[in-house]
Design a protein around this ligand. Structure first.
Ligand code: PD2
Ligand code: ZN
Length: 272
């Protein structure tokens, strides 16, 4: 039976390459820990191909004087910038009123959050994601149009390349285990998902409240934790669908209180 190339194997190969190991020694180590020759070779090839793949254009925040960024109808504070992974922490993206309105409009429409199935690209309930959620239609109300335009200006990325804004509610103990937001190119279900605008290339997570404790957005590859603060946001991009982008991220468990966020996922083309 042939072995499956897992995300953790891909990450491990990237780590070895970053540590300066030769492809040969990485292959030998894989063989020694039980990977079949064919799988090890295929995984190595895939990682090397990704390393030389042309990076895709991605949304970005243009830093202005005074560590601010232009979001059209308001100026946003740039609190922190990281290059690899490409992460920007933003202050004052949403007003308190806008946060409260998003929660109020979303609340009656919440259901258990789903993840995308690896095999056929359909949605399923999964223990890795224990939040409640809903999607707004793009442009469905004056509030949604205003926020979509603000995010598009801030990220230099057209409104029509964005998926509908998603609101998530984490109850005490709920979390979103570390994952990548891009679609796995090796998964059988990915071709169907890519028909609606191509790959995801960026994620904006806006915090709609300040949880009493826990609920940070984490980037385990680099040990970064972004604290959820009402009106703040974290933006990150990934220029190829590969763990080498270090864009692995998760929502840590909320240990006290609740957490509300709005997520905007950005595609490389027009999302239909
Ligand atoms: O709520 C979060 O912090 C979080 C973490 C990881 C949200 C997402 N991913 C997401 O919506 O993709
Ligand atoms: Zn995510």
């Amino acid at each position: 039976m042939s072995q499956v190339i897992t995300d953790s194997l891909r990450r491990w190969i990237v780590e070895q390459a970053q540590a300066g190991c030769t492809p040969d020694s990485v292959l030998q180590a894989m063989r020694a820990s039980g990977w079949e020759e064919a799988t090890a070779m295929q995984a190595m090839e895939e990682c090397l191909r990704a390393a030389v793949e042309a990076p895709r254009p991605v949304p970005f925040v243009r830093l202005l004087a005074g560590c601010t960024a232009d979001a059209g109808d308001r100026s946003v504070q740039v609190l922190a910038v990281m290059q690899r992974p490409a992460v920007v922490v933003l202050g004052g993206l949403l007003t308190d009123e806008e946060c409260d309105e998003l929660v109020a409009f979303a609340q009656p429409r919440m259901g258990r959050s789903e993840t995308v199935r690896h095999d056929d690209g359909t949605a399923e309930v999964h223990e890795a994601r224990t939040s409640q959620g809903m999607f707004f239609e793009r442009g469905e109300s004056e509030l949604i149009r205003r926020l979509e335009q603000r995010m598009a200006t801030l990220l230099n990325w057209p409104v029509d390349h964005g998926e509908g804004l998603q609101v998530l509610h984490y109850q005490p103990g709920a979390q979103y285990k570390p994952h990548h937001d891009y679609f796995d190119p090796a998964a059988p279900g990915t071709a169907a998902v890519l028909k609606r605008g191509g790959q995801r290339v960026g994620t904006l997570i806006a915090y709609l409240n300040t949880p009493s404790e826990g609920g940070a957005t984490t980037f385990p590859d680099v040990g970064l934790e972004v604290a959820p603060v009402k009106g703040h946001a974290v933006f990150f991009s990934y220029d190829r669908p590969h763990p080498a982008t270090l864009s692995l991220h998760g929502g840590a468990p909320v240990t006290d209180g609740h957490k509300w966020v709005a997520t905007k996922w950005l595609r490389e083309g027009v999302f239909t």
